[in-house]
Design a binder for this molecule. Structure first.
Ligand SMILES: [Zn+2]
Length: 382
């Protein structure tokens, strides 16, 4: 295989997070499907290992959803120059989850980055071109498509970079612009409300909108072919371009902005107040949690913003009627995961209870109106 010999390719099959295995393909690969991760390319979590952890721990999939992940932040020196690392994440013969009902015949390739805002660098473009050329030589797939050129996904803001230009094809053409979200979405293979909202990372529609638009739906029992309403989701799925340097921009999310401001003023988090919910904001929230556990309960945690066994062991249950900074952190974490508690007022009332119950139901943990070790783990572990 030519692709195996690319000097920037690292074989990490079997080494990334997994829970079971994907089944073998029963059809041969006809499509190479190009994705981006919707996580900014320079962030800590923009790599194959983090996507695998997210797909396994949050979406409940058997492993990373892609066969290949190109990582712009990890540069490899090759005889031809610097190249973005290519992680071989899953055997090409495995039917991973990345394009629902088309998984069986589609190879998933993800370029880490959010190309609504990130720009492509040469080392990444070269890796795309070289991987593409090798796959063509190897006879793996016949057609190249962006995620949103595949059936059922015209509304997805994926992949957002011009993959055809990257291959240096003549007559190159920009991938289809995302269409407005459909009124009705039909459940495809591997879908959960989470994966519909977050398939390529953590951007996009809120799970809460999907739950609101589908009263009576059981998020744990979705069936392939089942129709769900998109409801308000269609207003938020396609986000406009933003000027990242402009703090007063109307883009981003107002509540996320208020969470970021709060973390900056109370905990000196030093976040950009951009209203975008990313790994830095989450890490700052974990630091806030560790700080409060140390201060209020005399735990001796290292305040490193990372979720680990020690932080989990130190968690104090937060339940209805609670007031204060831990409740505020719980409310912020629920909001960032797509479950709005209403106002983030540091008081564990009806809104917090309702958001927490929905979150626990979707995550299949005991719905007990209490946020304990399991709940905080689900909120922070990935
Ligand atoms: Zn995608």
């Amino acid at each position: 295989m030519n692709f195996n010999n690319l000097p920037q390719l690292v074989d990490m099959r079997g080494k990334l997070a997994s829970k079971g295995t994907y089944s073998k393909r029963t059809k041969s690969i006809t499509h190479r499907v190009w994705h981006h991760s919707l996580t900014k390319k320079n962030l800590g979590g923009s790599d194959a290992a983090s996507f695998a952890a997210y797909h396994v721990n949050t979406l409940g999939w058997p492993g990373c959803g892609y066969a290949f992940v190109i990582e712009p932040k990890n540069l490899i020196n090759t005889p031809k120059g610097k190249r973005a690392r290519i992680v071989y994440a899953n055997d090409i013969n495995r039917r991973t989850y990345h394009v629902g009902n088309s998984n069986q015949f589609s190879l998933g390739i993800c370029v880490a980055g959010d190309y609504r805002y990130d720009t492509m660098d040469d080392a990444t473009l070269a890796s795309i071109a070289e991987l593409h050329a090798a796959l063509v030589k190897d006879g793996i797939g016949k057609y190249d498509k962006a995620h949103n050129e595949m059936p059922g996904y015209s509304w997805k803001a994926c992949c957002q970079y011009n993959y055809r230009d990257a291959f240096d094809w003549k007559g190159s053409k920009t991938p289809a612009k995302p269409a407005p979200a459909p009124d009705v979405y039909i459940i495809q293979e591997g879908d959960t409300l989470w994966s519909i909202a977050h398939k390529d990372g953590t951007g996009g529609v809120q799970v809460e909108d999907l739950i609101k638009a589908n009263p009576g739906i059981d998020p744990t029992k979705l069936k392939i072919g089942q129709k769900i309403n998109f409801g308000n989701a269609k207003d938020v799925i396609v986000q406009p371009d933003i000027n990242e340097d402009n703090e007063s921009s109307n883009c981003g999310d107002e509540v996320v902005r208020s969470i970021q401001k709060n973390l900056n003023s109370r905990y000196k988090a030093g976040l950009n107040v951009d209203g975008f919910n990313g790994p830095k904001t989450k890490s700052a929230l974990i630091k806030a949690l560790q700080t409060e556990l140390n201060k209020q309960f005399n735990k001796k945690l290292v305040v490193d913003g990372k979720w680990g066994a020690k932080t989990k062991a130190a968690i104090v249950t937060v339940e209805k009627g609670a007031k204060g900074n831990l409740t505020r952190i719980l409310q912020a974490a629920l909001y960032l995961e797509g479950f709005s508690p209403g106002s983030l007022d540091s008081i564990f009332g009806k809104g917090t209870e309702s958001a927490l119950s929905k979150f626990q139901k979707v995550k299949r943990i005991t719905v007990d109106k209490k946020a304990g070790k399991d709940t905080f783990t689900e909120l922070f572990a990935s």
